[in-house]
Write a protein that binds this ligand. Structure first.
Ligand code: PLP
Length: 467
């Protein structure tokens, strides 16, 4: 047998780890030197400078003769790191883009090395059982009273919301076209999912205060349920722009009263369930027919780590599907678990491994502590802004999003401050438009952020504010 060419060793089997170890040394070195070269939350210079650096370092990307694994890994990982927006930097706080835990990233390496595919048991024997157990564990946090809660693993909030709308459409198939009611604060994926599923455009209720108003929902449901028996009310527990939570118990009451189905998008706020201090903020969540969770937001997982929790298996029956090469009836009858009905995808990464490792390593209390720390950081930032004579605070944070602006700054000034901080590589802040105009948005997801980091962030903004 001829010797295998360099760089073609496999990651699995008993020899895999031996092949991986020196490659990992190279990767870890490149992660270190890349972060040192960047020395901030993102690279300076804006898109042109970053694109030039990537082209200079990485082209040609399909050389006639390869560079070998170490050079390729060193070059590309270094370049990607030096040019990254790194959510581990406390000044990288624009989006629901979390810094992953090292232990979750380490688990993800094992997932890549083993490469189970979650579409049939014969490709993922232990991984499928781990997925079942972990999904049920997380679903039980959402639905503590349910006898058989379950959860689907998804690529994130978008896919979970799509599945929730699909399951609602199928459950009401005989009752006419499903009408969706959501707030103007709902994530855009609700609208896209309706479009994708061929449903009428959702009725979007105004949310001038950032959350759905029960009286407005009542009026809307009264009118709608008089005409159609297929209505889905979607609420949000952690809005994208402000981290606000809709009044879940009142909305659940209204859904009950009007015979509407209820979906809650808790992509952002869901992990408050881990926190002894904050979990009551989510009271009412368990009354939803479906709940979106997303642990690549406030759950410190590498992308992807989405879930759709349901109170029982009956909710998932519309997803049942058969493909003879994956789940033939005789295999299922012989006891091979049928995985195909757990996703619309076929080949699927074992994203559950990193989640399971995190749950086991930190426990409910450890994760709750990370949630508490992050919420405390947001409150500290709000306090600093409140106490500062040159800043205006939009509102006290419910989760970890803080909207603020230099007092009197107009929209153009704010947009310019944000872009200048980005192109200088000093800070990554988001923006949010509310009825009171544009605001700078700090979405804090780093549980290790210190008050000093927040003071520096405010000084950076102040330094770019015209007097
Ligand atoms: C409330 C909410 N729902 C859904 C999503 C979509 O999640 P993903 O980007 O993981 O698909 C987001 C993303 O920020 C969100 O804020």
């Amino acid at each position: 047998m001829p010797v295998a060419p360099a760089g073609t060793a496999l990651a699995g089997g008993t020899d895999g780890p031996r092949a991986l170890r020196p490659l990992l040394d190279t990767v870890l070195d490149a992660l270190t030197t890349g972060a040192q070269d960047r020395s901030g939350p993102l690279p300076p210079g804006g898109p042109d400078a970053v694109a030039r650096a990537v082209r200079d370092a990485c082209l040609p990307l399909l050389p006639e003769e390869g560079t070998g694994p170490h050079t390729a890994l060193r070059t590309l990982v270094h370049t990607l790191t030096a040019g990254a927006a790194d959510p581990a930097d406390p000044h990288c706080a624009a989006h629901l883009h979390c810094p992953p835990l090292a232990l979750a990233a380490a688990a993800d390496l094992a997932a890549s090395a083993l490469n189970p595919s979650m579409d049939s048991w014969d490709q993922a024997p232990a991984a499928s059982e781990l997925e079942t157990l972990t999904a049920r564990t997380l679903a039980a946090l959402v639905y503590p009273e349910a006898t058989a809660p379950d959860a689907l693993v998804t690529t994130g909030g978008t896919e979970s919301n799509q599945l929730a709308l699909l399951l609602a459409r199928e459950a009401h198939r005989t009752a006419g076209p499903l009408r969706i009611v959501c707030g103007a604060n709902a994530h855009h994926s609700i609208h896209r999912a309706a479009w994708l599923l061929g449903l009428p455009e959702p009725l979007t209720l105004p949310t001038p205060d950032g959350t759905l108003d029960p009286a407005t929902v009542h009026t809307c449901l009264t009118e709608l349920t008089g005409r159609s028996s297929a209505v889905l009310l979607t609420a949000t527990a952690g809005t994208t722009d402000a981290g606000a939570i809709d009044p879940l118990p009142a909305l659940a009451d209204l859904a009950d009263q009007h015979g509407a189905r209820l979906h809650i998008d808790a992509s952002y706020g869901g992990p408050l369930l881990f926190s002894t201090t904050h979990r009551t903020t989510l009271t009412g969540l368990a009354r939803a027919h479906t709940v979106t969770l997303d642990l690549h937001k406030l759950g410190w997982q590498p992308v992807a780590a989405g879930l759709l929790a349901v109170p029982g298996p009956a909710t998932l029956t519309p997803l049942a599907h058969q493909a003879d090469y994956l789940n033939p009836d005789d295999d299922t009858e012989a006891g091979l678990p049928d995985l195909l009905g757990r996703s619309l995808r076929t080949t699927r990464r074992p994203d559950i491994l990193k989640i399971a490792v995190t749950l086991k390593a930190l426990g409910r209390q450890g994760l709750g502590d990370l949630v508490d720390r992050t919420l405390t950081a947001a409150r500290t930032l709000a306090d600093l802004i409140d106490a500062h004579p040159r800043y205006e605070l939009h509102s006290r944070p419910t989760l970890t999003t803080v909207l603020f602006r230099p007092t009197g700054a107009d929209d153009t000034t704010l947009a310019t401050i944000r872009r200048t901080l980005l192109t200088e590589g000093h800070a990554v802040l988001g923006r949010a438009t509310t009825p009171t105009g544009l605001w700078l948005k700090a979405t804090l997801l780093n549980p290790h952020t210190q008050p000093g980091d927040l003071t520096t962030l405010l000084k950076l903004v102040e330094g770019h504010t015209p007097r």
